[in-house]
Design a protein around this ligand. Structure first.
Ligand code: ZN
Ligand code: ZN
Length: 356
């Protein structure tokens, strides 16, 4: 079976008695049909796989899609007629992404077709990656890591965070990325204590912690990595916190394996930080899935109900944030294997990277 046949087969396993499923989220449509553009709806049954686009996207859809392409003008009316033609009585919908206006139109039109909300389940459609996908995530990570290495080598002290972020984005694009996979975080000095400190106009000083959280997008797949570096010789307190965060991350990574509950992995990192009195400065979850989107399933947190499976790609990113002073976050993206994991991000995090 080709990857496309495998994906359609996987999508069909969600039918579970329904006549059809309608996908309207961009990434799930791409995943199942191969069409990478926007504004499309995919409908599949046990025996059919159809893609509905408007005239702006017909050519691209016909080139890319592993599905029957239909050009439509009145989206929901024509999809309804199509469903009736297939004798569909029940259809699963992506209730987590479908907008309310579309839903109200469908509700009026689909009088003899029952809609079943499946958002919570279909979120997991892409959670387990095939080898073609993990190769693209690994390449995105390679590009991003190489780009950061170049930017650090050029020196960051005395420059504004946004200028450094711009250089990082340019370096990623020059190395083959189509862009960053999310808004790059460059947070220096006290700003490093803001877990999502998007790059600002602050000038990076000497003797500061700098958190880089960044990733590239390569052929539709994202990478995600965080490096916390220090400009100049790190002081003892920073070195101590860094060592604890790195240890927490290592313990969590060592605990990764297919069959392990994601909440247990979160606990490994959190319990260690608890033991050294730092858990209360670690407010967010330990990690998340990465794929076409930089945040996707599974959830890796103490509240997660997810169990890790072979082929899932997740981040492990503990952080300690001391308000007004500094923060440390260390993040790698890894592929879950049968009884361990394989790191997809490349930069060394064992020793503090000292930069100028
Ligand atoms: Zn990140
Ligand atoms: Zn992340």
């Amino acid at each position: 079976m080709s990857y496309w046949e495998q994906r359609l087969a996987k999508a069909r396993s969600y039918l579970k008695g329904l006549d059809a499923i309608m996908l309207s989220s961009r990434y799930n449509v791409t995943y199942v049909t191969g069409y990478t553009g926007s504004d499309a709806v995919s409908v599949f049954t046990d025996t059919t796989s159809d893609l509905f686009v408007d005239s702006r996207n017909t050519l691209q859809a016909r080139e890319e899609a592993h599905a029957q392409v239909y050009e439509i003008r009145k989206r929901w009316e024509e999809i309804y007629e199509h469903l009736r033609g297939l004798n569909v009585k029940t259809v699963g919908i992506e209730s987590n992404v479908l907008d309310v206006d579309s839903f109200l139109q469908m509700k009026n039109l689909f009088v003899d077709i029952q809609m079943t909300p499946m958002g919570g389940q279909l979120k997991y459609l892409r959670a387990v990656k095939d080898p073609s996908e993990t190769a693209l995530i690994a390449e995105a990570a390679r590009i991003a890591g190489e780009a950061l290495t170049q930017v650090l080598a050029a020196g960051i002290v005395g420059r504004r965070e946004i200028d450094v972020a711009f250089d990082l984005e340019c370096a990623m694009r020059r190395l083959g990325a189509s862009g960053p996979s999310f808004e790059i975080i460059v947070a220096s000095g006290p700003r490093s204590a803001m877990p999502h400190g998007a790059a600002s106009e602050k000038v990076i000083g000497k003797g500061e912690a700098v958190v880089f959280d960044y990733g590239s997008l390569y052929k539709g797949y994202a990478s995600d990595e965080t490096c916390t570096v220090f400009t100049g010789e790190p002081d003892a307190e920073f070195a101590e916190v860094y060592g604890h965060v790195r240890k927490a991350q290592s313990l969590a990574i060592d605990g990764l394996s297919a069959g392990v509950k994601a909440s247990v992995v979160d606990r490994l990192a959190r319990d260690y930080l608890e033991g050294v009195g730092l858990a209360r400065y670690f407010g967010h979850g330990l990690g998340h899935g990465v794929g076409m989107e930089v945040h996707e399933m599974p959830v890796v947190s103490h509240l997660s109900k997810d169990t890790l499976e072979k082929g899932m790609v997740v981040t492990i990113e503990p952080g300690v944030y001391l308000a007004g002073r500094f923060g440390v976050r260390i993040e790698d993206t890894v592929l879950i294997t049968d009884n361990s994991c394989k790191r997809l991000t490349n930069l060394d995090k064992d020793s503090i990277k000292v930069t100028t």
